[in-house]
Design a protein around this ligand. Structure first.
Ligand SMILES: [Zn+2]
Length: 53
């Protein structure tokens, strides 16, 4: 399991891979951010391809 660097909440490995940085570091999760904010972070990490599926 990974943890959110913002709030410490556990997140799934898949969540970290999709919404985290290239190093699968998560800085926004459902516990501390809204889904739209998390998606924006994913885009900022250059992973917009995931949100367009
Ligand atoms: Zn969090």
């Amino acid at each position: 399991m990974k943890t959110c660097n913002s709030c410490g909440q556990y997140v799934s490995v898949d969540f970290a891979r999709v919404f985290g940085t290239n190093n699968n570091q998560v800085f926004a999760c459902l516990a501390c951010s809204t889904m739209s904010e998390i998606s924006e972070q994913g885009k900022a990490a250059g992973k917009e391809r995931y949100s367009s599926v």
